[in-house]
Design a protein around this ligand. Structure first.
Ligand SMILES: [Zn+2]
Length: 313
């Protein structure tokens, strides 16, 4: 299969996941896709949910202010003497000023409360709307794989399930992956074995080793036999062992995996492992230490890079 060269549009991370959502002011439909028009009524009335919550909170505050003004006016209207009028007027003004001052202090809390009410009251609707977004994203699969991937990536911050993860992994399989791409691994790890995910991990060991962390090592260990059944299974596992070599902690935690594929490590990764063992001669376990020595004797005994490290070590 010919891989597609792609340049992903920048993924906008948000502090809170609800910041991905917009809501239609007309029909209260939610969407997490970067749309101009409401997907339900077609009007250009989408606003971020935060903005919507701010205006809801402001509206209820304005209502309370108007009620306070009204009470003041009624007081003035019912007064019999000028003194009563002045007193009612002053009391009304004081009430409005106090209310306005308090409202200013609690604006953020009120906004958060309005937001919570909005998201909780309309939970079912939000769920349905997100599934509609998911279908919209998926409908581009045949025509624009990059767009589909980008939309699914945005949606997966709100929808958490293995199907949407696997769809992203499957799409990544079509792309020519590069170091400078904004790639992720941990959010895409699924519970079951999937050969495309194993393959993706293998690709990452070549271009973005630092994405391979504990959960990925665990995944590979859980499905080592299945991965070995793949045509490039040995290479994937050797790549993962090479990724473990970047930290002593990983070598200690996954020493079995490192030992089983140490013979397939490229020279730079093996040299790193060799030095780690030389610097920590009693910590890395007998089996791993003896395997590394065996490989060293077999392949690198006369290699000047290793000689230098022996002296230093
Ligand atoms: Zn609408």
């Amino acid at each position: 299969m010919k891989k597609i060269p792609v340049h992903f549009r920048p993924h906008k991370p948000t502090r809170y996941i609800y910041q991905k959502l917009t809501i239609c002011k007309q029909c209260r439909t939610f969407t997490a896709l970067d749309e101009q028009q409401c997907p339900a009524c077609g009007k250009s009335s989408l606003v971020p949910v935060e903005q919507y919550a701010v205006s809801t909170a402001k509206r209820s505050m304005l209502t309370s202010l108007l009620i306070a003004v009204f009470i003041g006016l009624v007081g003035i209207f019912l007064s019999n003497t000028l003194l009563q009028m002045v007193l009612c007027g002053a009391a009304g003004l004081l009430l409005v000023t106090l209310l306005w001052f308090v409202q200013r202090q609690v604006m953020t809390q009120e906004m958060n409360r309005a937001l919570l009410v909005l998201l909780q009251q309309d939970q079912d609707r939000l769920g349905q709307d997100l599934y509609r977004d998911w279908e919209t994203a998926f409908s581009n699969w045949d025509t624009d794989k990059q767009l589909t991937y980008e939309l699914l990536r945005e949606l997966s911050t709100l929808l958490h399930n293995d199907t949407i993860r696997l769809q992203q992994v499957a799409l990544l399989h079509y792309f020519a992956l590069r170091k400078d791409m904004d790639l992720v691994l941990e959010p895409l790890l699924i519970t079951n074995y999937d050969p495309l995910l194993a393959d993706y991990i293998g690709e990452l060991t070549k271009i973005k080793r630092d994405l391979i962390k504990d959960s990925a090592f665990q995944y590979v260990l859980n499905y080592e036999l299945e991965i070995l059944g793949l045509e490039n299974g040995q290479d994937i596992l050797a790549g993962v062992a090479g990724a473990a070599v970047r930290m002593k902690r990983y070598v200690l935690s996954y020493s079995g995996l490192v030992r089983r594929y140490a013979h397939k490590l490229p020279k730079d990764r093996f040299l790193r492992l060799y030095r780690m063992i030389q610097q920590n001669p009693h910590e890395m376990g007998d089996r791993l230490t003896s395997e590394v020595h065996r490989i060293y004797q077999e392949k690198y005994q006369w290699d000047p890079d290793f000689q230098e490290s022996s002296i230093r070590g």
